[in-house]
Design a protein around this ligand. Structure first.
Ligand code: NI
Length: 177
């Protein structure tokens, strides 16, 4: 997993022309990584590739969605929502997102897929297309003050004795994109 401040996270992915035969396996590996990290979405630059491709799988979906050359073609409404990112582990913050989006992408067969989404799917689509444009959620925070640490914090030696004792009982794996 590429983590901030890795420069590839700030690069724009390159549009995929002819879909390479290897992309099916590549995206299957991305899905595996996303599952292993308890994510609901993953963009290729997060795993070191500048191909314009992302995967999304919401918690209640049986199958992942592979999005080749995804674009948001319409945004409606505005809301503030908490968000995290696998490339910025241990943090979450409040960002401004659309209430509803329409997106367009290709599937692995090169077929055009049009998606109307709201809620978590709209958020994930915006988050992953942002990644492919070199944008991170920390660029969209409503305020820097909303960025906060989450979950387990390693104890620091020599201070706060016992501070880490109950860290494990905190909510372990909030959703990350
Ligand atoms: Ni992310």
């Amino acid at each position: 997993m590429r983590l901030v401040p890795d420069g590839i996270l700030r690069e724009k992915a390159k549009k995929i022309g002819k879909i390479p035969i290897t992309l099916k396996q590549y995206t299957a590996d991305m899905v595996e990584t996303m599952h292993a990290e308890n994510g609901v979405g993953l963009a290729a630059n997060q795993v070191g590739s500048l191909q314009k491709v992302a995967v999304i799988q919401l918690p209640d979906w049986d199958e992942p969605m592979v999005l080749i050359n995804p674009e948001i073609v319409r945004r409606e409404g505005e809301r503030e929502v908490e968000e995290g990112c696998l490339s910025i582990p241990g943090y979450r913050g409040t960002v401004k997102r659309s209430e509803r989006v329409r997106a367009r992408a290709l599937d692995l067969n090169g077929k055009v897929v049009r998606i109307r989404a709201e809620g978590l799917l709209a958020q994930a689509l915006e988050h992953e297309t942002d990644h492919l444009n070199g944008i991170l959620y920390i660029d969209r925070l409503v305020s820097q003050d909303t960025l906060h640490r989450i979950g387990y914090e390693p104890s620091s030696e020599g201070s706060g004795a016992g501070a880490s004792e109950d860290a494990e009982s905190e909510p372990a794996h909030p959703r990350q994109e």
